[in-house]
Write a protein that binds this ligand. Structure first.
Ligand code: FAD
Length: 348
């Protein structure tokens, strides 16, 4: 019998599998799609707790803790996978594109002079830092500790690292049923039955489709996000830029990601004209040189949103041996290292 069966090979399933494998457990991961083929493939990979955890609640604290793990996490995964991962702590600039936003960002920067490294940068200095930013921008809040990771590289490396510890991945293997059996579980796909000691549900937006997860019924819903990738033809951008209508992530290969829509449209994973038009309009507002960029692609993902916006990382309240790591909404990439450790600690 395999020690742990994981349903879902998104960033969360891969990170949990890698951590458990590293600790010596035998692990099998099943996914209906490719590795990282759910919300994860559409992610911008931004690591920005000071922006995402607007108020200093649990999400903010978890984001900070996870960000603090990131340097070691990347070094470790690169080393055990023998792959490199683009990961840069290049900082975020939250652009003030209105007087009201300038007041809010400026006040926020002052309130956080407690080691958070957020500072207000006036308009002329913003244009020195980022010459492509529109002259209309009044200033920006700089958070130098923020960064990004290139998600396809991270997920490929996590899977390779997990495999180096003996974890096996079964892709195009939708789990149709999970039944408690002899103190463990029987996981059934169309092609096979696998017996495992424990089960971790990392099924993202599809969590409540699994009967075994009925205690989470209605607790995780999909929120569609569309994300563009452009090839930048102007002076390179140095920071992650964040306006009131979009964000921009500059990769080393001179493509940039522009995200993201947030749409309550159920399980509809289509890219739409409206989504693409809105994002293109928003990026051209803050970066007029975006007009000359090449259009590379649009990606779409369903963010798994929990009711209270917090991830659900815990043991089942009803079934011994069943665990959940889901509901990471807008922050699954940021929270992956912390989630993996929290879940593995609970299982061990
Ligand atoms: C446009 C966009 C931008 C984003 N930007 C950021 C960002 O900048 N920073 C950040 O931290 N986060 C970001 N996110 C959020 C982040 O992508 C998600 O929180 C994260 O990917 C969730 O990972 P997951 O593994 O829980 O879910 P998923 O990646 O959706 O993985 C779940 C997997 O479970 C599989 N599955 C489901 N049911 C079954 C079943 N019955 N049997 C087998 N397999 C099953 C699915 O096929 C899927 O592969 C963004 C999301 C989107 C959409």
């Amino acid at each position: 019998m395999v020690d742990v069966g994981i349903i879902g090979a998104g960033v969360i399933g891969c990170a949990v599998a890698e951590e458990l494998g590293r600790r010596g457990a035998s692990v099998v991961v099943l996914d209906a799609r490719e590795v990282g083929g759910g919300a994860t493939q559409a992610s911008a990979g931004i690591l920005a707790p000071y922006i995402e955890g607007h108020e200093r609640g649990a999400l903010f604290e978890q984001g900070l803790q996870s960000l603090a793990l990131y340097d070691d996490f990347i070094t470790r995964v690169e080393s055990s996978s023998n792959r490199s991962i683009e990961y840069r702590r290049c900082g975020t600039l939250e652009l003030a594109d209105s007087a009201e936003r300038a007041r809010t960002l400026c006040a926020g920067a002052e309130a956080r002079q407690d080691g958070a490294a957020a500072e207000w940068v006036p308009g002329p200095a913003v244009h020195e830092l980022e010459p492509c930013v529109s002259a209309e921008v009044l200033g920006a809040r700089l958070c130098a500790t923020h960064g990004y990771v290139v998600v396809p590289e991270l997920v490929a490396a996590l899977a390779a690292s997990a495999q180096s510890f003996g974890v096996t991945f079964h892709t195009h293997a939708p789990v149709e049923d999970v039944q408690p059996e002899n103190g463990g579980f029987c996981m059934r796909t169309t092609a096979e039955e696998i017996r495992v000691g424990k089960v971790v549900v990392c099924a993202g937006s599809w969590t409540s489709w699994l009967d075994i997860a009925d205690e989470l019924q209605g607790r995780v819903r999909p929120v569609r996000g569309q994300l563009l990738r452009l090839r930048w033809q102007s002076e390179p951008l140095r920071h992650i830029l964040w306006s009131s209508a979009c964000y921009v992530v500059p990769w080393v290969d001179r493509t940039v990601l522009v995200g993201a829509t947030a749409e309550e449209v159920g399980f509809d994973e289509r890219a739409t004209v409206a989504g693409v038009k809105d994002l293109l309009g928003a990026v051209c507002e803050i970066l007029p040189s975006a007009w000359s960029a090449d259009f590379v692609e649009v990606r779409v993902g369903l963010r798994p949103a929990s009711r209270d916006g917090l991830p659900i990382v815990r043991a089942s309240e009803r079934i011994t041996g069943l665990f959940f790591a889901t509901g990471h909404f807008r922050n699954g990439i940021l929270l992956a290292p912390l989630t993996a450790v929290m879940l593995a600690d609970q299982i061990s």
